[in-house]
Design a binder for this molecule. Structure first.
Ligand code: AGP
Length: 608
């Protein structure tokens, strides 16, 4: 996720672009840049780091004159954060500059094609192919060049273009990435979201996928792919700036919960090509994978719980033992690790101190390391032999949501990829599961859409000092994460327990009306978990069960039931966790907690 902004009018564009970028900084903040057209030439300023650095470099924009320009704040996906990889990118002839938010999935083949035609690449980004395509297709008509270029792109993009030949105009295109046009008087704008616009105008045009616009200070013309004009309605922006940053949601956590279908899709889609899983970022050959006799997964907090859930998927599909170990424990455990161990490290931030230490320890013992990380260029990503990024975009709320589900996404890809390589599943089973994996973003969306009653359940259960979360196997791993979500944002004591283990001690704590969230998704062990529900109910517990749609067995034993779509049990964590995140969110809200910044916690734990 990145932020883009554009301005054309009579005022100096740079200060407006810089202000807009400050508002969009929450979308990405590893590097930033602006490009201005002035006197028939394009000048570009870009820096690594925050917008403040860009303000310093440009003397708050004063050193970059011009009344038309574009800006970008980056959340790195392809290529580490650096001045060179920062946007805007310029064509070889210096005629075009562009900013882009999204991911170009076919950039490698376009890169090869353009290189063969003599175009020179400066950066490691997927974006740069776009600007060279524009140069290639430009024969004096910018609209046509933009349309021809867009037709070559697979993936997602919100694109802002300036051209030295047409100094007062901005060109924009959109496919599966947000883009809003701001309508002013004698000046017009575009931006990734309304936060960057509301200080200047409250009149907006929402561009749809497949639409293009030519923006001059006086007017905005919108076209379809056939270059036919499209009549667009001007809408009124009613949000204030704070609400706009959160996409209209009250908290970043809720916004991030809602982003999960898109984040999951962004993580898996580019890695599934022609019915195969492609993990270009690794060199996991058949020979190497066959030599692995143990997979160790290490991480902290939710990242560790994602590993716990995926352990079942990897073991079932690959038939290789998977050991999950908390990083803070592993680092001091004198672990039995050698060159036949594949270490998988999970971290949203890529900066967690314990995870880094555990990783170093295992590396020194000869393990090959794969890091599943959200922040490009972070310490863990750099330390690992290979980094597989979760393309979730910046996660602002301290409680992770999309970070966790996208970690599952990569682990599911890894399981299927490995199983296929070492031949532990048949082609038929691989195809069936790949289809199921591709369907997960839709199932996650369906889970979000059909769980409006979670708020009602939160009203029923929020006033409690303690709760239990129980389940077996994957359901137990999800219970761990569900309980952590509840604890960290609502401050309610929430204990997760393997359902079968209750009778060995914990059941002594079950009393009249104690809420027990029971995860009962796995059909094979359904009867067993149902017995545990009956046991806690007999001691007075109020049971809130979570199961798949169509399982009516549960109605007679639970007080309340949350239904989620039926997916393969190997992937069920990705849907089961959604209502638990929502439950924690609404319980915390009803308890008036500081949801995005819970007490005593930090987003990135860089100390031991
Ligand atoms: C989860 O909601 C937490 N805030 C926390 O457990 C987190 O997952 C843990 O600190 C690990 O962080 P990382 O993924 O950035 O390494």
């Amino acid at each position: 996720m990145c932020g883009i902004v554009g301005y054309t009018g009579v005022q100096g564009a740079s200060p407006i672009l810089l202000e807009g970028l400050k508002k969009l900084e929450y979308r990405g903040y590893d590097s930033a840049g602006i490009a201005l057209v002035n006197d028939g030439t394009i000048s570009i300023a870009k820096v690594t780091g925050r917008i403040a650095n860009l303000c310093e470099k440009t003397n708050d924009g004063k050193d970059y004159p011009g009344t038309t320009g574009i800006g970008h704040t980056r959340w790195a996906t392809h290529g580490a954060p650096s001045d060179t990889n920062a946007h805007p990118h310029m064509s070889n002839d210096g005629r075009f500059a562009i900013v882009h938010n999204g991911i170009i999935e076919n950039y490698m083949s376009l890169h090869d094609e353009l290189t063969a035609k003599g175009y020179h690449f400066e950066s490691e980004t997927d974006t740069e192919v776009i600007v060279h395509l524009l140069e290639m297709y430009y024969k004096g008509d910018i609209r046509k060049a933009v349309i021809k270029t867009s037709a070559r792109l697979q993936g997602s993009y919100a694109l802002g273009v300036i051209c030295a030949d047409d100094p007062d105009k901005l060109y924009v295109a959109r496919e599966a990435s947000p883009l809003i046009l701001g309508v002013g008087v004698g000046e017009n704008f575009f931006a990734s979201d309304v936060t960057a616009l509301v200080s200047y105008t409250r009149n907006a045009i929402y561009l749809e996928d497949g639409e293009f616009a030519e923006i001059s200070p006086e007017e905005i013309k919108v076209f379809d792919v056939a270059l036919q004009p499209v009549n667009k309605k001007i809408s009124r922006i009613v949000w204030d700036i704070q609400a706009a940053e959160k996409g209209g949601y009250e908290h970043f956590m809720l916004k991030e919960i809602m982003e999960q279908p898109r984040a999951f899709k962004a993580t898996i889609a580019p890695r599934i090509k022609e019915g195969e899983i492609v993990l270009d970022e690794t060199d996991l050959s058949k020979e190497y994978l066959e030599s692995v006799n143990k997979i160790v997964i290490t991480a902290c907090g939710s990242a560790y719980y994602a590993g716990c859930a995926a352990k079942y998927t990897i073991e079932k599909l690959c038939r290789v033992p998977v050991i999950t170990e908390l990083a803070s424990e592993l680092r001091y455990a004198d672990p039995l690790i050698d060159e036949h161990t594949l270490l998988i490290v999970l971290s949203q931030s890529g900066e967690t101190a314990d995870t880094i230490a555990a990783m170093k320890e295992c590396k020194s013992r000869g393990a090959k390391t794969i890091a599943i990380v959200n922040v490009v260029g972070s310490t863990i990503a750099k330390l690992a032999d290979h980094a597989l990024y979760t393309w979730a975009g910046p996660e602002i709320a301290v409680a992770t949501t999309k970070g966790y589900t996208t970690q599952l996404a990569v682990l599911y890809l890894f399981s299927l990829y490995t199983a296929k390589k070492i031949g532990s599943i048949s082609d038929e089973e691989f195809n069936r599961l790949l289809t199921a994996l591709k369907a997960l973003p839709k199932k996650i969306q369906e889970t979000i859409d059909t769980n409006s009653k979670i708020h009602q359940l939160a009203i029923k259960y929020y006033d409690n000092k303690s709760m239990f979360f129980i389940g077996r196997n994957t359901d137990y791993a999800i219970a761990l994460e569900g309980a952590l979500k509840m604890k960290e944002i609502s401050y309610i004591h929430a204990e997760s327990y393997a359902a079968g283990e209750l009778k060995h001690g914990t059941i002594a704590l079950i009393e009249e009306h104690r809420p027990v969230v029971a995860l009962c998704y796995n059909e094979k062990i359904m009867e067993k978990t149902l017995s545990n529900i009956v046991e806690v109910k007999a001691r007075g517990a109020d049971v809130l069960a979570l199961t798949y749609k169509g399982n009516h067995q549960i109605v007679s034993v639970a007080n309340d039931v949350i239904y989620v779509p039926k997916v393969d049990t190997l992937f069920s964590a990705a849907v089961e966790i959604i209502p638990l995140q929502m439950l924690a969110y609404y319980v915390a809200k009803l308890n008036e907690c500081d949801i995005d910044k819970p007490k005593n916690l930090a987003k990135s734990v860089t100390v031991e």
